[in-house]
Each structure stands twice: as C-alpha cells, then as structure tokens.
Design a binder for this molecule. Structure first.
Ligand SMILES: C[S@@+](CC[C@H](N)C(=O)[O-])C[C@H]1O[C@@H](n2cnc3c(N)ncnc32)[C@H](O)[C@@H]1O
Length: 271
C-alpha cells in the first residue's frame, strides 16, 4: 500500500481541517488505507502528487471523492432515541402551542444517509395526525458527502434497517420494493425533507432561523475551536426558545455560547 510522508500528511491534515473542519491529525492510517487505491486509479504515483493536486484543484467531483472517503457516515433509524422522545414529548408540544405561523423550522445538520431527518418527519406526522396538512413540516437536511446525500435522496433502505422503528411506521411510512429485501420511504415523507449540500464550516445563511437544530455525531470529528465557532453560528441561527441537540458523546462549551443546558446533549436558546 502507498505510504504518506510526514510532510504530505501534515499538508493533507491542514487542508482538510481548514476547509471541512475534520481533524485528521491522528488518522494517518485511515488516510493511507482509504485513499491509496483512489489516488492510484486517478493516475498519481504517490501521495505527494495527489496532495499537490487536491489542495489546489477546483474540481468539485474530485473533492467529493476525497470527502466520501474520509467522512464517516454511520447512522441508523432511531439512533439515540432519548432525543426523539424529547422531541415528541417536549419540543413538539411547545412549538405547536407557540408557533402562530404554523411553520416548524427544523434542521438536520450532518444528516448522512437520511435516517435522522426521515425519523423526524415521521415523528411529526405521528404527532400532528390529521392536523399535519395545516402545518409546514418541511425539514432541511444537509451534509457535505455527496454519496451520503444520494442515498438519502433515494430513500431506500434494507428491511433490516427498520428493526427499531415502531411497527406502524413500517405500514404507514415505507413500501416494500418488490423482488428485493429493500423498502422505500413513502413520497409523503420524502416530500417533507429538503436535502442540500452544505459545509458546516461555511456561514449559515438559510432564509429563516431554526426552532430545532439536530447536529448529532458530526462535531466528534472537529477540534475544539472549530466546534465552538460552529455552535456560535448555530446559536445565531436558532430562534429564542429553540433547541440544539448534539450526539450523546459530544458536549457544548457553554463558556463560548449562552445556550442553556437542558439534559445530556440537549441545549436551548433562552426565550
Ligand atoms: C456519523 S454521521 C452522523 C449522522 C446522523 N446525524 C447521526 O447522528 O446518526 C456524520 C456526518 O457528518 C458529515 N460531516 C462531516 N463533516 C462535515 C462538514 N464539514 N459539513 C457538513 N457535514 C459534515 C459527514 O459527511 C457524515 O455524514
């Protein structure tokens, strides 16, 4: 397998960190193992030539390949279920009793292959029931990985992926794909998710502030300064009384942002 020199490793770490926030300082083996075949097939003889190319190219497709290789897109339906219970039992009752415009503004930031945003839409459909059509429940779901987003947009999953979802969801929100072991998310659910490419290192310029931001298991790959700056941007983009939910192994540095701590991995912007 191709080996990366100390100097090229440092250049690569710096490039990925500055542009995408991801901290690869301790991931030398991961870089070598995940990129060796790709760079050879692109015609590079060694890492030096590839690093020269990738740090200067404007070719988004090649940058996408790099990001697809380096990002970890692991996710599943109902991951960290306590958040979804809190969403149903506390956040939705609060929002539906206070949002006069009947717009629920929710962002799944780092949505990977779509399980998290689809879960949220299904929860909203369940909660709102016959009132659902009176609400704008379209949810924004973003990621930097094109591979993850294309799986998400397709909305097709192996039947095994549904093992933790409530039984009635299998009936109401998925259809079997004949001749396969796969299921497809129904159009009604799909149409409520707006998938977009978005790099969380960039300024947040969406049209309206959010009532809830889910950014779970994304910041684990970022260093502290990058996390602090991102949480600061999330804070600016949150409505007063709105929530930020992060992964259970992550934390927010509350010296850097005035979110209130509600419970593990759950924060709120004061009203
Ligand atoms: C482990 S998945 C988390 C998926 C889901 N939120 C969950 O908790 O199961 C992390 C996602 O963050 C995305 N990601 C990493 N760095 C990013 C960045 N700078 N901007 C946007 N997304 C990023 C990755 O592509 C990946 O899909």
């Amino acid at each position: 397998m191709l080996k990366i020199s100390d100097q090229d490793f440092q250049r690569m770490v710096k490039f990925v960190h500055q542009n995408f926030g991801i901290d690869l300082a301790k991931k030398r083996q991961l870089i070598e193992s995940r990129l060796a075949t790709t760079i050879t097939s692109m015609g590079h003889q060694n890492f030096a030539s590839y690093v020269d190319y990738i740090t200067t190219t404007k070719n988004q497709a090649d940058i996408d390949v790099l990001l697809n290789k380096l990002t970890t897109n692991y996710t599943y339906f109902m991951r960290e279920k306590q958040h979804f219970d809190f969403f149903t039992n506390t956040i939705l009752p609060y929002l539906t009793s206070t949002k006069k415009n009947k717009v629920l503004s929710i962002w799944s930031a780092g949505c990977s292959s779509g399980e998290e945003p689809y879960t949220l839409v299904m929860l909203m459909q369940d909660y709102l029931g016959s009132q659902a059509s009176m609400w704008d429940t379209r949810l924004l779901a973003t990621d930097i990985s094109q591979r993850a987003l294309s799986t998400a947009t397709k909305g097709e999953y192996d039947i095994d992926a549904l093992k933790d979802v409530p039984p009635h969801w299998k009936q109401n929100y998925f259809t079997s794909i004949p001749g396969t072991t796969k299921v497809s998310v129904t159009p009604k659910i799909k149409n409520n998710v707006i998938f977009r490419t978005f790099n969380l290192m960039h300024p947040i310029r969406f049209k309206i502030p959010f009532d809830v931001i889910f950014c779970r298991n994304v910041m684990i790959y970022f260093d502290q300064a990058t996390k602090d700056a991102l949480v600061q941007r999330f804070y600016q983009a949150t409505n007063p009384g709105g929530y930020l939910l992060i992964g259970h192994s992550e934390s927010v540095n509350r010296a850097a942002v005035p979110y209130e701590y509600i419970m593990p991995a759950t924060y709120r912007k004061p009203l």
